[in-house]
Design a protein around this ligand. Sequence first.
Ligand SMILES: [Zn+2]
Length: 202
Amino acid sequence: MLITVSFNFVFLKISKKIPFLKNNNALAACVEFLKRQAGSLNLPVEVVYPAVQSKPVVIIKWLGTQPVLPSIVLNSHTDVVPVFRDKWTHDPFAADMDEEGRIFARGTQDMKSVGTQYLGAIRLLKASGFQPKRTLYVTFVPDEEIGGSLGMAEFVKTDYYKQMNVGFSLDEGATSESDVHHLFYAERLRWGKIPLVGLQTD
Ligand SMILES: [Zn+2]
């Protein structure tokens, strides 16, 4: 099923509090936002700090009907790259939408749009009565833009990660300017193409 979902402007606006390298309050705001999302999906959420207290990893879990099977991870990152305001036609942290429906917000493509689409897809699937066979984890990691050494690199060493029994993971890819989206695996290796046919949701 292919879907498009409305962007969550709250998530995008939180970026303004994350000036690239460090701002504990900004990531704390992300954590609280994601906890509320998990609550609205009626899914358990946990926060772990694999490296330091200022770098939280948020994990939302959708238990599968056969939880002994290897799980699926849908990963995205909460940090964004720096802003050069003189290059922007809109406030990069206002999440403005113009008359053509384009959203202007630092971190939208890379990659809060992906994180929100994971959650939007889960919301629609749950509403349809779907239950996954494998347990699904939606992970939100910090530190990706500066190498992940205090984020995913440490998270995968934790007992928490090991007990997740991950069999497959989807992560960041690349954007498309057409109605065809390229699927990637590993570090942006092209895997296939899918046509985009949207179902607009409110
Ligand atoms: Zn990214």
